[in-house]
Design a protein around this ligand. Structure first.
Ligand code: EPZ
Length: 422
């Protein structure tokens, strides 16, 4: 187990390139199950979660090989298992997104429910309700979802909340259903839109991705495709906060201004300069960070996956910020560690009141989940003295070489074995 050691206080400068999107790559990899033909996926980030997804797909009989550093070939010529075991699903919730494709391709699926995680209960009721609406017989037994359907039938499906995963699972299931499916109150995230582009390249007939209603006209079968994943907007946002929190000047290459509109607006409101430059966004901060009100919302609102990073920035702001987390019920774990670095944060339910302090103090801190770990790294970049972030395997789930990317911008950051790790 490694830890990351940071000597804070260096304003970052230079240019850094964003990797492919983890949250686009994962459902798109699961979509390979929908066809017996090979699919090529480009711009795939090298992450722990990608490796976990490859292990799951291999268990199902999908052959995979890397054709280059970031290009994957997947081929589900024959499905040899219909089961996504608990051991795999519990380590990565996105494994549950194999339910829809597996059911649509083979007529049966036995997928472990993911269970909760550090940030919340993470139920899958909307996934199940959608699959049932498409005609599947679904039972919940021994912690597994067992689904059967000779052939799914298109239907009108309403999502109580615009769940990203439920939207993706249901879209994939509906691509091979008989007839038309209308998915209402669907998630609008760029990753959903990227999945729809990939599925349409495979011969699906999907329209409306990115809007509240997505329509899918079922087809008999899908074929192979060659698709390039969009860049990771959450990694881009994380790197932008790194520039802001250190008072630096960084070009984040591959950052998509449209996808990051809410985050850009909030950074600008807090006194950070963000301007389009070349193929990315240039981020500069010279003056003080100003306190803001922040509310996480489904896309295109402010992304919950950038909430922890913004809290680190606002911990050093002039004034008092109020952060409201509306997506997950327990996504302030990073605040407890920021408190140990001298932050002044009071939490009550979904709201955190962040009173800015002049500067945080370095300390040994513990990562609890993926985005919390990046928040602690960001705090360490600006804090005085040394910060040690333990359990960085959380970080490795969703960031491709974040420490080396930050080092390339001048950060004094090292990854070292954590001898004392429990
Ligand atoms: C996706 O998770 C992302 N993961 C998450 O990113 C992201 O935080 C989340 O969407 C919200 O944007 C991937 O894409 C792999 P949801 P997902 O279903 O699909 C409730 C990261 O850091 N809900 O949109 O699991 C749920 O409890 C990760 O990269 C139900 O009630 O999120 C939550 O409160 C973390 N019933 C809300 O909806 C359901 O059946 C949004 O969850 C499903 C969800």
């Amino acid at each position: 187990m490694d830890k990351i050691v940071i000597e804070g206080g260096v304003p970052l400068s230079g240019a850094v390139a964003v990797s492919g999107s983890k949250n686009a790559a994962l459902p798109i990899m699961m979509a390979s199950v929908l066809t017996a033909e090979p699919v090529i996926i480009r711009n795939v980030p090298r992450l722990r979660d990608i490796a976990t997804a490859l292990t799951l797909l291999g268990h199902l009989g999908v052959h995979s090989r890397w054709l280059g550093d970031h290009t994957l070939e997947l081929c589900a010529a024959r499905i040899q298992s219909h089961e996504a075991p608990y051991e795999l699903v519990k380590t990565m919730r996105a494994s549950f997104f194999v339910l829809g494709p597996l059911l649509a391709r083979t007529g049966r699926a036995r997928v472990s429910t993911p269970g909760g995680c550090a940030i919340g209960a993470r139920p899958v009721n909307l996934h199940i309700r959608g699959i049932r609406a498409l005609g599947a017989r679904v039972q919940l037994r021994h912690g597994y979802v067992e689904a059967h359907a000779e052939r799914l039938a298109g239907a009108r499906v309403w999502l109580d909340t615009p769940s990203v995963g439920a939207t993706e699972n249901i879209i994939m299931a509906a691509t091979l259903a008989r007839g038309r499916t209308a998915l209402e109150n669907a998630a609008r995230e760029p990753e959903v839109q990227d999945l729809a582009r990939m599925l349409n390249a495979m011969g699906a007939k999907i329209s409306g991705a990115g809007n509240h209603v997505i329509e899918i006209e079922g087809v008999e079968r899908l074929h192979g495709a060659d698709h390039t994943i969009i860049n990771d907007r959450i990694e881009a946002g994380t790197l932008m906060v790194a520039a802001a929190i250190t008072g630096g000047d960084v070009l984040v290459r591959g950052a998509n201004a449209e996808e990051l509109k809410a985050a850009v607006a909030k950074l600008q409101e807090s006194g950070v300069e963000v301007t389009p430059e070349g193929d990315g966004l240039r981020v500069r901060r010279t003056g003080a960070v100003r306190a803001v009100e922040l509310r996480t919302l489904p896309y295109p609102g402010f992304p919950t996956d950038l909430q922890a990073q913004m809290m680190a920035l606002l911990a050093n702001a002039e004034g008092t910020s109020v952060i409201t987390e509306t997506i997950f019920e327990n996504r302030f774990m990073h605040a407890l560690e920021l408190l140990r670095m001298g932050a002044d944060i009071a939490m009550k339910g979904p709201t955190a009141v962040v009173r800015g302090v002049p500067r945080l103090c370095g300390a040994p801190v513990m990562a609890t989940d993926l985005r919390a770990s990046s928040s602690l790294v960001l705090a360490g970049l600006a804090a005085e003295n040394t910060t040690e972030v333990q359990r960085v395997y959380h970080l490795d789930r969703g960031y491709e070489g974040l420490d080396s990317k930050l080092r390339s911008l001048g950060a004094r950051i090292e990854r070292v074995p954590d001898r004392g790790a429990s």
